[in-house]
Ligand binder design. Structure first.
Ligand code: ZN
Length: 195
């Protein structure tokens, strides 16, 4: 399952292979362009400095909240306040719309355009997840070099890596090497005792 806020959070990219490379994709116009296209968001590019700063603050607050949730240590009221400030950027009201064939439906309309609207839509996607989805399925990849945020769809919520093919395999290989090293060290100790 894909969620707008998760895609946004992962704009803070780190190289899962452990090279130490990282990239803030909010500073890449190409990334912002495809992000907006993917989620049908409309905002002017290049992004203005104020909107960029606000997005960065929202991302930090949301990530901290997720880290706190994952580690079950509550949350910082200041982080929640940042999310609520983002929600308040684009006040909306319901509008009655005539359906194409029959009936009517309600749509949430906001008179605020551009980045403030997008920022509040990202916060709304996060808020909606916390209210309606199973928070225990919100995970951070166990590979410390990666820290990708993902939704665990496995039946028993046992997934630890963002991708089995990448981080999962890498971690398996690392564990295997560590076991071998421990075994080799133990064998060496045995050898010394025998002397
Ligand atoms: Zn990962």
């Amino acid at each position: 399952m894909d969620f707008l806020f998760m895609d946004f959070l992962n704009s803070d990219w780190r190289d899962w292979r452990g090279t130490g490379r990282s990239e803030d994709r909010l500073d890449r116009q190409g990334w912002l362009e495809s992000f907006c296209a993917r989620w049908k968001l409309e905002a002017p590019l290049p992004i203005d400095a104020e909107a960029r700063k606000r997005l960065g603050e929202l991302r930090e607050a949301m990530r901290r909240m997720i880290e706190d949730l994952v580690h079950d240590v509550g949350y910082e009221p200041a982080d929640l306040a940042v999310v609520n400030q983002a929600l308040a950027l684009a006040p909306s009201h319901p509008q009655l719309v005539k359906g194409e064939a029959v009936g009517f439906h309600l749509e949430q309309i906001s008179s605020v355009p551009g980045w403030p609207l997008v920022t509040s839509q990202i916060a709304a996607s996060f808020a909606d997840f916390l209210v309606h989805e199973d928070i225990r399925r919100l995970k951070i990849c166990d590979n410390q070099d990666c820290c990708w945020i993902f939704y665990d769809e496995s039946r028993n919520r046992v997934r630890r890596w963002c991708e089995d093919k990448t981080c999962g395999n890498l971690m398996k290989v690392r564990r295997f090497r560590e076991r071998q090293k421990t075994r080799a060290a133990a064998a060496e100790d045995e050898g010394k005792k025998g002397k």
